[in-house]
Design a protein around this ligand. Structure first.
Ligand code: PYC
Length: 322
């Protein structure tokens, strides 16, 4: 990826607030991040990618971040909404991020910028999502409209055999495998990671994509719940090979779209999604102006207020590229 100029912000300081949503971290960038200018959020992501990718890596990669951190750069919205945001991770950029959306609103409340209870809206590169902040920690966000794109796609995955799944959009592209013959326990994470990385590699090799040739960068395995108060457990592989500690907001949206398409989830019925960590989102499909949207509730907690320092003499200012 081409970089442009010096990756250091002018004063070498980037202010961030860290939080976790059901176990999955979000790092909200308050100041010192790149100025992405104006225009659509989608065009600003491209500017981030082309000219400031080094800054993405400084914020979320080691030694300041970790492979599981999702960054959220706040920026001026185009639409009349609370804020714009660009989500990013250890390998690139996300269209939407459900756990990150919950983290952003809990962070804005922590900063005293929004009140609870209240209704707010967030502009992302893939559309506007709305959020109900119930109190200091609990948020229900209504995602972009989600849908199943392809049903029962069969793959021959080297080392794993025949795998069948659906391709669905939930703000990111997912391949959802409904019936893995494997345990979805925490102790199984290394094996689940190998399996889902192999599935994603085969999707790419076989040319299976989302709409308009979009890359499928998330793989979701579903299985029976372990908690008595959930309907299913999942394991979600994220683009940089980390697994989602939360039940994955965009993944739960994609899952609900598939269940609805199969007649297994009715409009308004609750879908309680458990993560491989044992944390939970509660979702339902809600209708607005004739269109069904996934609405998902979860909780976030602030874990740190941090100033990242970028020292001009640091020989690792450009961390090794993946
Ligand atoms: O919650 O949508 C989500 C998400 C995507 C990647 C990590 N979390």
């Amino acid at each position: 990826m081409a970089s442009h100029g010096n990756p250091r912000p002018a004063d070498g300081r980037i202010q961030v607030i860290d939080s976790h949503t059901e176990g999955e971290p979000t790092r909200v960038v308050l100041s010192g991040g790149p100025d992405l200018g104006s225009g659509s959020l989608a065009s600003r992501v491209e500017r981030f990618r082309i000219f400031h990718d080094d800054v993405r890596r400084l914020i979320v990669d080691e030694p300041r971040g970790s492979p599981i951190a999702v960054g959220a750069l706040l920026c001026a919205p185009v639409a009349p909404v609370t804020t714009g945001v660009v989500f990013f991770n250890n390998v690139g950029y996300l269209g939407m991020c459900g756990h990150g959306t919950i983290g952003v609103f809990v962070t804005l409340h922590h900063l005293g910028r929004i009140a609870a209870p209240g209704t707010y809206r967030l502009e992302t590169p893939v559309g506007v999502v709305s959020a109900e902040l119930h109190n200091a920690h609990d948020v229900t966000f209504t995602n972009v409209a989600s849908y199943r794109y392809r049903k029962d796609v069969e793959l021959d995955v080297p080392g794993y055999g025949r795998v069948r799944g659906d391709v669905a959009w939930g703000g990111n592209w997912f391949f959802l495998v409904a019936e893995p013959t494997v345990e979805l326990g925490l102790a199984d994470v290394p094996a689940l990671t190998d399996r889902t990385v192999a599935i994603r590699r085969e999707l790419h090799r076989a040319g299976v994509t989302g709409a308009d040739g979009a890359e499928i960068d998330h793989v979701e395995l579903s299985g029976p719940p372990q908690r008595p108060d959930t309907d299913a457990r999942n394991f979600v592989l994220c683009p940089g090979d980390a697994y989602d500690r939360s039940p994955c907001g965009t993944g739960t949206s994609a899952k609900m779209a598939c269940l609805y398409a199969d007649g297994k989830l009715a409009e308004g019925a609750l879908w309680r999604q458990e993560s491989v960590l044992g944390t939970r989102f509660v979702g339902q499909l809600v209708r607005r102006d004739g269109i069904l949207y996934p609405a998902i509730r979860g909780s976030a907690y602030v874990t740190g207020e941090t100033e990242l320092l970028i020292d001009r003499d640091d020989p690792l200012i450009r961390s090794p590229r993946r």
